[in-house]
Design a protein around this ligand. Sequence first.
Ligand code: SF4
Ligand code: ZN
Length: 305
Amino acid sequence: MKCSKCQAEAIYFAKYNGLYLCREHFNDMIEKRVKSEIRNQVDLKKPMVRISVAISGGKDSSVTLYLLHKILSKRRNVELTAFTVDEGISGYRPAGLESAIKLTKMLGVDHSIIRFQDSFGMTLDSIVGADASRIPCSYCGPLRRKLINEMAERQNADYVALGLNLDDYSQSILMNVAKGDYDRLLRMSPQKEAKDGLVRRIAPLRSVLEKEVVLYAVINGIPFDSSWCPYYSRAQRNIFREVVNTLSEYNPSTKFSILKFFERARSDVQRNDKALGRCRICGAPTENDVCSACAAMESLRNERK
Ligand code: SF4
Ligand code: ZN
């Protein structure tokens, strides 16, 4: 098949808009889409914008860093840094870390590492060993979110970039709807406003399909680790992945429609958000008395009693 925009051989068919695309026009489409996300999510008019990228070494966060670097590194007012959260998952995290180090070296971006073991005194593997009653992600998620914010604050970042693709993003919207968690739905990244103590999260890839992220990484020679977390199969998210994929078989633009619907609905909502308080155990910003990372560690201690 020929590219719908030129005479070159097509490497990709975008079912949702009927376009066949060659390598160059595929890259073009992805880069334009991400540029527009960045313009909407980041205030580039500020005299200095510091963006910290949370890079796991997987495809999504690696492409996020690569594209932020490609699109923004020539701007004098933008400073990019990166860091990896090492949860302590043997057989998985070391390879991701290695990939993250390779990519940050290749791009010349500063990179640091923050470990569960140093911050919580335990690796995720040992947490999972101590409490088999909860799914590993229910510990991993809040603990990692806490360290992501801590690290971004330490790097003095105005924004912290996460590697969420459109598949993840549309799944998260439906998950929050299905749980009836309206507050969490409205709090989804990218946040429109800064909140005291919380670095604003951005998601530059949220309108790029997962398979497009993989193709972009492969054809542009971006190093990434393709192994799966050993705890992944137990993630609740899998149910929603199936639901969204099934809906997309009937209508290939479903994931885009979910995103569009969410953005329209969210922009219509006028809210006076609760001001953030501080966790009484660790002092991290939270809407509750205790932050979700401390609540998870508390429940682990009770489990071990
Ligand atoms: Fe953590 Fe779950 Fe992701 Fe594994 S799949 S890294 S346990 S959130
Ligand atoms: Zn073309």
